[in-house]
Design a protein around this ligand. Structure first.
Ligand SMILES: Cc1cc2nc3c(=O)[nH]c(=O)nc-3n(C[C@H](O)[C@H](O)[C@H](O)COP(=O)(O)OP(=O)(O)OC[C@H]3O[C@@H](n4cnc5c(N)ncnc54)[C@H](O)[C@@H]3O)c2cc1C
Length: 430
């Protein structure tokens, strides 16, 4: 990254105001401080973290939603290290696995790509040899096309050669967990990009990294500590409703698309209308408590979800966190959920009894995030980071190669600061 302080004679301090303290805003703040900017960050909520934050229930540290990271989240992991997060004790790392409780499914081996993918497919259980052959052939076609395809295609469109059992047990769960949409509604270009970066990236890119601490402890708490130590000003409970409330400064809007649209509709109606046009999908997390022993081979299991058994993944929070009070806590994730909270809790309870075989179960908390992710549909056009002179946007929804993820937010925070660094250097040398 270009640093203003590294620019020698041209070094100077300038002010940046960041509106929103989710992972994108915090990423922008950390990178701005590292580049020598004077940073003020304004967050409407009482706590930082936005859509990835702690929720406390009965003194248990849960989250507003269960998250998974992958090894390919290069910038997120680097950012966490910068603010002092100890990655090995904060994230449970394991090779990519989509294993079901009946033993079927796939688990990659701890060997370099693409041999790990090949070995994973060949040793997957529950798939016939002809099915594996057809899937490998399709994967080879994707590779030949360098994991790109025409805009406007859905994931279903690019999977015509894949047998139904592999669609059900692999492609659909991957698609819904990465893009939060079923294959027929999901953007094929972005799906292929995720596959490429995760499956064919450097060693460990496809690993799953599951939080062992709550989402606030995973990064926002440390980021606040680091930013404060570095002299940045961080205000919580501070909702910005008019940009004139901010001091003279470059302005970075790291709030959600619809909020940013409201703040800039007078400055850039076309940007605001594109941002307002974005659609969103929900994710629910149903936390359950059991007294039964949890004997899954892995701390995260895939589930055979369908309309009346809506959860796609279950997480053993006790095994992940190792904390006594978390023993017996299970997080069941329902991506792209549509039914109401109570009905959903009932369905998920029944699914946990039937599919996971629990006898004792009680609901702890259900969190439904209605606008968890932007709808990553075929042909989607995303707003750019440039809004108006001196006003930029960052956030997971801003134009970029990834779906609604922590990595998309973090990268967008870096991108906006790099742009401001370069503009400041240009101004300085003019
Ligand atoms: C339930 C759930 C599960 C998810 N699972 C995963 C996962 O497994 N893996 C993954 O990578 N991603 C996952 N995501 C997506 C990920 O959480 C988001 O992509 C990421 O947190 C977006 O960060 P952001 O900073 O762009 O936006 P946000 O987190 O939305 O941050 C925006 C911030 O702006 C603040 N704000 C809004 N208006 C104002 C205002 N006017 N003034 C000041 N502040 C304001 C908000 O309070 C918020 O803190 C999940 C999301 C949810 C909700």
């Amino acid at each position: 990254m270009v640093s203003l302080e590294d620019a020698g004679a041209g070094a100077f301090l300038k002010n940046i105001s960041i509106v929103g303290g989710g992972w994108a805003g915090l990423s922008a703040a950390v990178h701005a401080v590292k580049s020598g900017w004077k940073v003020s960050l304004y967050e409407a909520a009482p706590q930082l973290g936005g859509r990835a934050r702690r929720v406390v229930r009965n003194e248990l540290h849960l989250d507003n939603g269960q998250h998974i990271l992958v090894g390919a989240y290069r910038d997120t992991l680097a950012l966490m290290r910068t603010v002092g997060v100890d990655i090995p004790s904060s994230l449970w790392r394991m090779p990519l696995a989509l294993k079901y409780v009946d033993g079927s499914g796939i688990q990659l081996k701890n060997i370099p790509a693409p041999i790990n993918v090949l070995a994973g497919i060949l040793t997957a259980t529950g798939w016939s040899w002809p099915d594996k052959g057809r899937f490998l052939w399709q994967a080879l076609q994707w590779q030949r096309q360098q994991f790109s395809c025409a805009t406007g295609l859905s994931v279903t469109d690019i999977c015509t050669g894949i047998p139904p059992v592999i669609m059900r047990q692999l492609v659909e769960p991957l698609c819904v967990s990465a893009l939060n949409l079923p294959c027929d509604k999901a953007n094929a270009q972005i799906f292929l990009r995720v596959l490429k970066d995760a499956l064919l990236g450097e060693v460990g890119s496809s690993d799953m990294l599951i939080p062992r601490v709550d989402q606030s402890a995973l990064f926002p708490d440390k980021a606040l500590e680091w930013l404060t130590q570095q002299g940045a000003q961080v205000f919580t409970h501070r909702r910005i409703s008019d940009l004139r409330e901010l001091p003279p400064s470059h302005k970075v809007l790291a709030c959600p698309a619809w909020e940013a649209a409201g703040l800039v509709s007078h400055l850039s109606p076309s940007w605001a209308s594109q941002a307002l046009g974005m659609r969103h999908t929900s994710i629910a997390t149903v936390y359950l408590q059991t007294n039964d022993e949890i004997d899954w081979p892995l701390p995260m299991m895939a589930l055979k979800s369908h309309a009346t058994a809506p959860s796609q993944f279950a997480f053993d929070k006790g095994r992940l966190s190792q904390r006594l009070e978390m023993q017996g806590v299970i997080a069941m994730v329902v991506s792209n959920s549509t039914c109401d909270k109570d009905a959903l809790t009932e369905l998920v309870l029944r699914q946990a009894h039937e599919e996971l075989g629990f006898k004792s179960l009680k609901p702890l908390l259900t969190v439904v995030e209605k606008r968890a992710a932007f709808a990553c549909t075929p042909g989607l056009l995303r707003p750019s980071m440039h809004i108006h002179d001196g006003v930029m946007a960052c956030g997971d929804y801003v134009a970029g190669p990834y779906p609604s993820t922590l990595e998309a937010g973090v990268r967008s925070g870096i991108q906006v600061i790099e742009f401001l660094n370069n503009s400041a250097l240009d101004e300085n040398s003019a």
